[in-house]
Design a protein around this ligand. Structure first.
Ligand code: ZN
Length: 223
């Protein structure tokens, strides 16, 4: 898909200009940081700089973990921008500022762009409510942007039609759907479980190996 975008003469930019075809690519990371990292590398190889939005309270990745912080750093080093994928769910959700502070603390940088998690479930909340400087949705109003999204694995045919006709595009891509190369939600669930459990099992194995090595030296260490 990335090469199709290039072939259609789009400028890839977060700041649209009136004279060219523009596309802004946004990635909301709902599940898996490794898929995000793989996509970030793929894009960087093609000289694409895009935007990655992370949840602060994901059940699947932990911003306090060193591994996750390193991976976000690698994504930045590929030239991509980091933003907050804020959750406006009703129950037991930390405030917007709390979520923002957590991500800022984790990456040790100020966050200035935001995208909302599950707006169709929780209701779209405007940037005014949170005093947001720049919600990524701003672009839609300014430039009459065509918004394309692969949310819930929506079929992608309309993407390719829009590349032919639209001038300003805001494209939301969830890396997991593309990196795991599945075409149905059922297959996606299976592939994602496998991907995430492999990673988790690897971490457990590493930890147990360290314990095993330590145990062999235990009598020496205890002296
Ligand atoms: Zn989301």
């Amino acid at each position: 898909m990335l090469s199709v975008i290039v072939d259609h003469g789009f400028q890839l930019s977060n700041a649209f200009s009136k004279n060219t075809k523009n596309i802004l690519i946004r990635h909301d990371i709902d599940f898996n940081i490794d898929c995000a990292l793989k996509m970030a590398k793929l894009e960087s190889d093609l000289n694409f700089q895009t935007n990655y939005f992370f949840l602060s309270e994901s059940p699947y990745y932990n911003l306090d973990s060193r591994d996750v912080r390193m991976k976000i750093k690698y994504i930045q080093e590929f030239g991509h921008k980091i933003g907050l994928h804020y959750d406006d769910g009703i129950k037991k959700i930390k405030s917007f500022n709390n979520q923002k502070n957590k991500l800022q603390t984790s990456i040790e940088q100020e966050i200035t762009v935001y995208s909302q998690h599950n707006p169709s479930i929780n209701g779209f909340k405007s940037e005014k409510k949170h005093g947001i400087v720049r919600d990524i949705f701003h672009l839609n109003e300014e430039f009459k942007t065509t918004y394309l999204s692969d949310s819930c694995m929506k079929p992608r045919n309309e993407f390719f039609e829009a590349f032919e006709t639209a001038k300003y595009i805001h494209l939301l891509v969830h890396p997991e759907f593309w990196i795991l190369e599945t075409s149905t939600l059922k297959d996606f669930e299976k592939a994602l479980k496998k991907e995430m459990s492999t990673e988790f099992h690897q971490q457990i194995r590493n930890h147990v190996r360290i314990m095993d090595r330590t145990l062999k030296r235990r009598s020496k260490l205890d002296k």
